[in-house]
Design a protein around this ligand. Structure first.
Ligand code: NAP
Ligand code: GDD
Length: 331
């Protein structure tokens, strides 16, 4: 029976990855941060099912507390570590650059150091990001493409990405980078653009909201489904040797297209509901992201299973249900 340690288990990917590993029979340890209100809502169903059997074990920690990271890795002795924890909102990274950078850089390095000092061979997954590419040119990006980060968040990811390679090459660690393009789901944080749109569609449809205010509608993203992408993370750690892989769909769509499909799913014309406001524009925008997942397909046998339209529909359906519940509760 394998043991996995996941940082950032309370996030979107933490939910899908821990669900997958628990279903595969892993013992899963995860870190949660102490906050004044409970922040485990995305994994509550997993907690109810797997915590009583001691298959899911949660620990208070923060990536910035390197002592706690060292102690946990020493205590858990995991076979695999998935480093998903990050201040992952690009726009917020301009407002909180130091926290974002410290978490993304020193946090990842603390884990790599703990693994290097461990007697056990521990496989490591680093959550790298397509944001690292900067998205200035309209080209398909792969593992060899030049990194040109445009935000504090992306710079911190570049640091951790290179450090993961440095530890692989210098100490023969099994450390991998998954360079994941945007991936979404009904568990996506509500301030990322896709979820912000689908939540608004649900609420507008149920009469709980009138307008949706967004920023740059022309930005283009390669959007996939988080459930498909977290499976790729696991596949990377089942290989004989460590490597870096781009995970994407090979299709790109603008924010406006996403909105158009989401509204038209419930028979509404998005143009009647969307307005823009400068406050949602970024100091430095990543205009265009499109990924080439050929290497992952060849070496991992991975390919995306969920289409763009299926993703939009899945998210709208879920947010229609959420809005219906809200309507019943508060009206
Ligand atoms: P998410 O939903 O924002 O989750 C981030 C997780 O990190 C949460 O559990 C959060 O805890 C935790 N966290 C934040 N700061 C921390 C700290 N200092 N110490 C410990 N934990 C901390 O992000 P996601 O979408 O699941 O993404 C997972 C990872 O993949 C992130 O590293 C992200 O940057 C990267 N990534 C995501 C995408 C994407 O499209 N989703 C694409 C490429 C890469 P709280 O719940 O307490 O806030
Ligand atoms: N969040 C947000 N809110 N974005 C908006 C809005 C809005 O109201 N209006 C337009 N956008 C545009 C942003 O300017 C950006 O170009 C695009 O929508 C996507 O924004 P997000 O959904 O916030 O995601 P992101 O692409 O910046 O970052 C996500 O993907 C990265 C991978 O490329 C995050 O998950 C990162 O953690 C991840 O690394």
């Amino acid at each position: 029976m394998k043991t996995a340690f996941i940082t950032g288990i309370t996030g979107q990917d933490g939910y899908y990855l821990s669900k997958l590993l628990l279903e595969k029979g892993y013992i899963v340890h995860g870190t949660i941060r102490r906050s004044s209100s409970i922040n485990t809502s995305r994994i509550d169903d997993l907690i109810s099912e797997f915590q009583p059997q001691e298959k899911l074990i949660l620990h208070y920690s923060d990536l910035l507390d390197s002592a706690s990271i060292f102690n946990l890795i020493n205590y858990i002795q995991p076979d695999e570590i998935y480093n998903l924890a990050a201040q992952s909102h690009v726009s917020v990274s301009f407002q909180n650059p130091i926290f974002t950078t410290q978490t993304g850089t020193l946090g990842s390095l603390s884990i790599l150091e703990a693994i290097r000092r461990s007697k056990k061979e521990i496989k490591f997954y680093q959550a790298s990001s397509s944001e690292m590419f900067g998205g200035a040119a309209k080209v398909k990006l792969n593992e060899q493409s030049i990194l040109d980060p445009k935000s504090p968040y992306a710079v911190s990811k570049v640091f951790a990405h290179h450090m993961t390679k440095v530890y692989r090459d210098s100490y023969s660690l099994f450390s991998t980078n998954g360079i994941l393009f945007n991936h979404e789901s009904p568990h996506r944080g509500e301030t990322f653009v896709t979820r912000k749109i689908t939540k608004a569609v649900g609420r507008i449809y149920h009469g709980l909201q009138k307008k949706l205010t967004l920023g740059n509608l022309n930005a283009s993203r390669d959007w996939g489904f988080a459930g498909d992408y977290t499976e790729a993370m696991w596949m990377m750690l089942q290989q004989k040797s460590p490597d870096d892989f781009v995970i994407a769909t090979g299709e790109t769509h603008t924010v406006e297209e996403f909105a158009q499909h989401a509204f038209s799913y419930v028979g509404l014309d998005y143009k009647k509901y969307i307005q823009t406001d400068k406050k949602y524009f970024r100091p430095n925008e990543v205009d265009y992201l499109l990924g080439d997942y050929e290497k992952a397909q060849k070496l991992l046998g991975w390919r995306p299973k969920t289409t763009f339209l299926q993703l939009v529909e899945m998210m709208v359906e879920s947010d229609l249900n959420n809005a219906k519940r809200e309507e019943i509760l508060f009206n």
